[in-house]
Design a protein. Structure first.
Length: 109
């Protein structure tokens, strides 16, 4: 029985990666025809950009909380939780956006 990649690509054995142009087996490529190495580079770049975006957003939120809201000591734990949640949410969203942008540009780095 043929694999899904062979059926989709008409039984092609070796294809060129859409990102780097290197030849790889069709079974080792993803649905966008990127090789495993380029997908790994894409994920690491997207994770790095996403966490940087989360860090910037969390820092900006923390500065706003301290400068504008001026929280009391009793509510400090709640505000820390808000900053951590913002870091995580913006980091995840940033990673997804970065992955889409990098795929669209056709570059993993």
């Amino acid at each position: 029985m043929r694999s899904a990649a062979e059926v989709r690509l008409g039984g092609a054995e070796d294809l060129h990666c859409a990102a780097c142009g290197k030849e790889a087996q069709a079974s080792s490529m993803d649905r966008y025809l990127w090789c495993e190495g380029c997908v790994a580079d894409l994920r690491s770049s997207a994770i790095r950009v996403g966490w940087m975006a989360g860090g910037v957003a969390a820092a900006a939120l923390a500065i706003w909380i301290v400068a504008v809201q001026q929280p009391s000591r009793m509510l400090a734990g709640g505000w820390v939780g808000v900053v951590i949640a913002a870091f995580w949410l913006v980091g995840r969203a940033g990673r997804e956006v970065a992955q889409g942008v990098l795929r669209y540009r056709g570059r993993a780095r």
